[in-house]
Design a binder for this molecule. Structure first.
Ligand code: SF4
Ligand code: SF4
Length: 423
C-alpha cells in the first residue's frame, strides 16, 4: 500500500472514530472525582544478614506489588482485558530511565487478575537517528523498528518484564485517530496513538523527572506527549507547520525524509503541499542549509497548554475509568528520558505514587520534590536549589510547571487537591 493510500485509510478510520467519539464523549465526559494519591516510600533500611521478612516488606518492588492492590488498580482489571502499560523506554545512552523491574511488577499483577498486559510507547519527532561518531548513535526511537531495539536493550521486552513491547503509533509514528476537542485551550485536533484506543485499559508507568520546557515530566506529560502521534507532538511543540524560505538551495534532501510525501522541487526551491504535510519534523531534521526551513516554535507556556489539550483528548477517548497512573519518583534527574545525557539526580529517591487522577498524582510528586533536600553534585547544587522547600524544577529550568498542571485542571482532567495515603 502506498503512503497516499495509507493516509486515506487513516482519514477514513479517523472520521469513523470521530463520530464514535462524539457519541462516547457525550456520555463519558472527563470527571475525575477521586483525588486520593497512594504512596509507597522509598526507604530500604540498612540491615545486616540475615534478611528478614520485615526487611523484604520495605523493598520498593514488594511495595509496588502491594500498591497495585491498595490503590485500586486491581479493581479496574477484568478477565481477558488487553491492558496497555505506557512506558518510556529511555533514549539510547540514557541510564536513568525507569528500571523495567518496576514495570514487571505491574505486569505480574495484571496477569494475576486475568488481564493481558503489553508494554507500549510512541516514537519521537523526526525520522533519523543522530550519529555522534565512534559508535555513539542516539535519538533513534523515531521509527518502530529502532524503538523496539532500544526498548530491548533497556530491558523493555517480554524476557525481562513478562510482557511484549508493541509500539503504539505504527512504523512511522503516524498511526493515530484524530478527535476534535471542542473545549480546547490551544489545539482542537488531537491525534491519539492507535494502540491506546485498541486497548481495554491503560496504565501509565511514568518515570517522574524534570523537563526543560514543562518543568517536570509526570503523568500529564506522558498522556499529552507520550500517548499521541508525531502530528500531535508537533502541534504541541510548534505553532505552525514548517515553512520553506528563500534560503532553500533546492538540494532535495528533505524529500526522502518526508513522511507525508508532500515535498517537491519547483524552480529550484522545495515546496510543501500542506494538504498532505503530517508535521513529522523530518524535513527540518535533515536540512543542512541555514535558515532554509522556518519553524514557529511554541513558547514554554504554549507548549504546556498544548499538551494539556492532548492529555484531555486522550483521557476523553480512553475514558477516565479505563486509566490508572503510577509515578515512579526515583532517579529524579533534571531532564526527560529522551535526553541521552541524564546526569545526577537532583533529590534522593522519593517513592512510588499511584492514583486514578493524573493531575493529583503529578501535584503530589512535585510537592514531594520541592520538600526534599537537593543533592550535591547535581544541577540542584549548580542552580542554588539544595534547600528543602525550594522549587527545584523552577530554579533549574526557569519555566513554570504550573502552566500544564493548571491547564489540565481547567480542562477537567483532574484536581490539584489530593489526599496522600501511605501504604
Ligand atoms: S529545504 Fe533544505 S533540504 Fe529541502 S531542498 Fe531546501 S535546502 Fe534542501
Ligand atoms: S513537509 Fe511536513 S510531512 Fe514533510 S517532512 Fe516536513 S514536516 Fe514532515
Amino acid at each position: 500500500m502506498g503512503k497516499e493510500e495509507i493516509l486515506l485509510c487513516l482519514v477514513l478510520a479517523t472520521n469513523a472514530f470521530r463520530n464514535l467519539f462524539c457519541e462516547k464523549d457525550k456520555e463519558d465526559q472527563v470527571k475525575v472525582s477521586e483525588s486520593v494519591v497512594f504512596y509507597a516510600k522509598s526507604h530500604d533500611p540498612w540491615q545486616a544478614w540475615p534478611v528478614k521478612r520485615e526487611h523484604m516488606e520495605a523493598n520498593l518492588l514488594v511495595k509496588t506489588l502491594k500498591l497495585f492492590d491498595k490503590a485500586g488498580a486491581k479493581d479496574m482489571i477484568e478477565k481477558g482485558d488487553k491492558v496497555a502499560i505506557k512506558v518510556h523506554v529511555g533514549e539510547a545512552f540514557n541510564y536513568r530511565y525507569l528500571r523495567p523491574e518496576f514495570v514487571a511488577c505491574l505486569v505480574r499483577k495484571i496477569k494475576e487478575y486475568g488481564g493481558r498486559p503489553f508494554l507500549t510507547d510512541t516514537t519521537g519527532l523526526g525520522v533519523r537517528a543522530r550519529d555522534y561518531g565512534g559508535g555513539v548513535v542516539t535519538f533513534n526511537r523515531r521509527i518502530a523498528l529502532n524503538h523496539i531495539e532500544v526498548a530491548r536493550s533497556h530491558g523493555y521486552c517480554e524476557e525481562v518484564t513478562g510482557a511484549p513491547f508493541i509500539p503504539a503509533d505504527g512504523m512511522y509514528g503516524l498511526d493515530g485517530l484524530e478527535i476534535n476537542l471542542e473545549n480546547a485551550l490551544r489545539n482542537k485536533r488531537v491525534f491519539i496513538a492507535k494502540l491506546f484506543v485498541d486497548a481495554d485499559k491503560v496504565i501509565l508507568a511514568t518515570h517522574f523527572k524534570g523537563h526543560g520546557a514543562a518543568g517536570f515530566g509526570g503523568s500529564l506529560k506522558n498522556l499529552g506527549v507520550g500517548c499521541v502521534t508525531k502530528t500531535s507532538k508537533w502541534l504541541a511543540h510548534c505553532l505552525e507547520p514548517p515553512e520553506i524560505t528563500e534560503a532553500c538551495n533546492g538540494c532535495g534532501d528533505c524529500i526522502d525524509a518526508c513522511l507525508g510525501d508532500c515535498i517537491t522541487i519547483e524552480e529550484g526551491k522545495a515546496v510543501i503541499n500542506y494538504e498532505l504535510c503530517v508535521m513529522c519534523g523530518g524535513c527540518m531534521e535533515v536540512c543542512k542549509e541555514d535558515g532554509a526551513i522556518k519553524v514557529k516554535g511554541a513558547n514554554d507556556e504554549q507548549f504546556s497548554v498544548g499538551f494539556a489539550d492532548n492529555a484531555r483528548g486522550v483521557v476523553g477517548a480512553i475514558g477516565p475509568g479505563n486509566l490508572f497512573y503510577f509515578n515512579f519518583a526515583l532517579d529524579i534527574v533534571s531532564q526527560c528520558d529522551c535526553y541521552p545525557v541524564p546526569g545526577t539526580p537532583i533529590v534522593p529517591d522519593i517513592g512510588v505514587f499511584a492514583s486514578k487522577d493524573p493531575v493529583a498524582i503529578d501535584r503530589a510528586c512535585v510537592d514531594a520534590v520541592i520538600s526534599a533536600p537537593g543533592l550535591r553534585g547535581s544541577p540542584a547544587e549548580e542552580k542554588d536549589a539544595l534547600d528543602p522547600g525550594v522549587d527545584k524544577f523552577v530554579k533549574i529550568h526557569d519555566v513554570q510547571w504550573k502552566h500544564h498542571v493548571e491547564a489540565s485542571e481547567r480542562l477537567g482532567v483532574g484536581s490539584q487537591k489530593y489526599e496522600l495515603k501511605e501504604v
